[in-house]
Structure formats: structure tokens, C-alpha cells
Ligand binder design. Structure first.
Ligand code: ATP
Length: 237
């Protein structure tokens, strides 16, 4: 198993956001996290990559406990995050933004500047421009490319389609097979349920900080998803 969480809990001060999340990701697998606003999806990703404190043994990567380690340690072990809102460095060019992603991880692998520009050809001619001068979709490509540059085993993507048009979302998602062909596993948080199901092998739905549904993406039904997403009352009414 590449990633395993066991009874993962997370808090913001007195407020408990996650209650005992058990989730697994195999090597090369794509897992989608869905759920209503505030269900805890972003908190879960932040817990995985060390942005909020969690118990050491509640997150295992490649069999080693990594819960609550500092973010730079976690990146070095092969877990990279594409944060919600892209968060590019405004004073850096596209190329510099991408290089920053590889600089601190110290990991070797297939993803180099040239490979990333090959994956997203739209970035090629903009490589010397400030990252923030690009369109939203192109900025998203830079954010994904920056994470790839650390040559992770597992890529976490937080709402990569947020604010983008359907055509651009399709462009972005069409890069996933090439990324997965290199053996990477991905966890995507996605608002659009059809996109989430289509892009994944396994789907988890969160509700109020708990897993309300888990199953193979080809097997879960729309009814199961609405029950798990909105709660049984709404689903049956
Ligand atoms: P969204 O789709 O809105 O991002 P989400 O499923 O990612 O939703 P989270 O952002 O993980 O949900 O939020 C889970 C809960 O934790 C929510 O009740 C939210 O209000 C709370 N929360 C998130 N960030 C903080 C914070 N920094 N301080 C306090 N509470 C927070």
C-alpha cells in the first residue's frame, strides 16, 4: 500500500474537522474525494502533507509513519500537493515557478522542466513570463507541473478545476493519464461528481468529517453518491 490513513483525526483549535478517517491509496491508483463544502476534504489533504498537526501513526507512506512531519520532509518522501487556488510565486516566471518545485525535494525521476513543458505545451512559449500573467487554466498547469517537478509517488490535487471553463477543465484532466503512466498515484478533490468518478479508480465521499461512502468508481451508483453527499434525508426526498 502506498498511502494509508488509520483513524486520522484533525482539529482547528477546539473544532474537530476530521473523525477517524481510514483511507488507502495503492501505487499508481487514482482516488477521488468528493463531498459538500466543509466536509473536510481540504483538511484531509492538508493533514497528509504536514500543513496541520496530526498523530504520527495516523498517516503511513510506503509503510512509514509520516503524520505531522514538517511539509519539506513529506515532500522529500514523495508526496506533493497542488494547492487549491494554485498559489504561484507572483514574482517568478513560469520556468522559475516550475524549478522551485524540484529544488527542495531532492528526488530524481521522470519529471524535468522539459517533460513538464511537453505535458503542457501551452506553457512552452510562456516560460519566461510571470506565472501570474497566464490564464487561470495555464496557471493551474504550472501548479500541477511544479508539484510534478518534485517527482512524487503521490500527487494530491485540491480542486484543480475551480473557476475554469469546461473546455479548460477537460484540458487539465486530459493530462492525468500521462501523469499516471509514470506510475504516480493521485488523490483528487473534485466538486464535479461526474468528473471525479470518471477520473478515478476509487471514490471516497466525506460528510461532516467522516467517510460516508467508499467504493470502486465503476461500481458506486448515483443514488449511493447522493445519499453519501447530502445525507439520507435529502437523498430520499
Ligand atoms: P470546501 O469544498 O469548502 O473546501 P472541504 O470539504 O475542503 O470544503 P474543509 O475546508 O476541509 O472542507 O473544512 C472542514 C471544516 O473545517 C469546515 O467546517 C471548515 O469551516 C473548518 N475549517 C477549515 N479550515 C479552518 C481553519 N483554518 N480554522 C478553523 N476551521 C477551519
Amino acid at each position: 500500500m502506498l498511502l494509508e490513513t488509520r483513524g486520522l483525526e484533525a482539529r482547528y483549535g477546539d473544532f474537530q474537522a476530521l473523525f477517524g478517517i481510514d483511507l488507502t491509496v495503492s501505487e499508481g491508483e487514482a482516488v477521488a474525494l468528493i463531498g459538500a463544502n466543509g466536509a473536510g476534504k481540504s483538511t484531509f489533504l492538508k493533514a497528509l502533507c504536514g500543513q496541520i498537526p496530526v498523530a504520527r501513526a495516523s498517516v503511513q507512506l510506503g509503510g512509514l509513519d509520516i503524520g505531522g512531519l514538517p511539509p519539506h520532509d513529506i515532500v522529500r518522501r514523495g508526496l506533493a500537493m497542488v494547492p487549491e487556488g494554485r498559489r504561484l510565486f507572483p514574482s517568478l516566471s513560469v520556468e522559475e515557478n516550475l524549478k522551485v518545485g524540484g529544488a527542495f525535494a531532492g528526488r530524481r525521476g521522470p519529471w524535468t522542466l522539459e517533460r513538464v513543458l511537453g505535458l503542457f505545451p501551452a506553457l512552452q512559449e510562456k516560460r519566461r513570463q510571470p506565472g501570474t500573467s497566464l490564464s487561470g487554466g495555464q496557471q493551474q498547469m504550472v501548479a500541477i507541473g511544479r508539484a510534478l517537478m518534485s517527482n512524487p509517488k503521490l500527487l494530491l490535487c485540491d480542486e484543480i478545476s475551480l473557476g475554469l471553463s469546461p473546455a479548460v477543465i477537460q484540458d487539465i484532466y486530459s493530462a492525468l493519464p500521462a501523469i499516471r503512466a509514470e506510475g504516480l498515484a493521485v488523490v483528487i478533490v473534485e466538486q464535479d461528481i461526474d468528473t471525479a468518478v470518471r477520473a478515478s479508480d476509487q471514490v471516497y465521499c466525506f460528510m461532516h468529517g467522516r467517510v460516508s461512502l467508499q467504493g470502486r468508481s465503476t461500481r458506486v451508483t448515483k443514488q449511493q453518491i447522493s445519499a453519501a453527499y447530502f445525507g439520507l434525508e435529502e437523498a430520499s426526498s
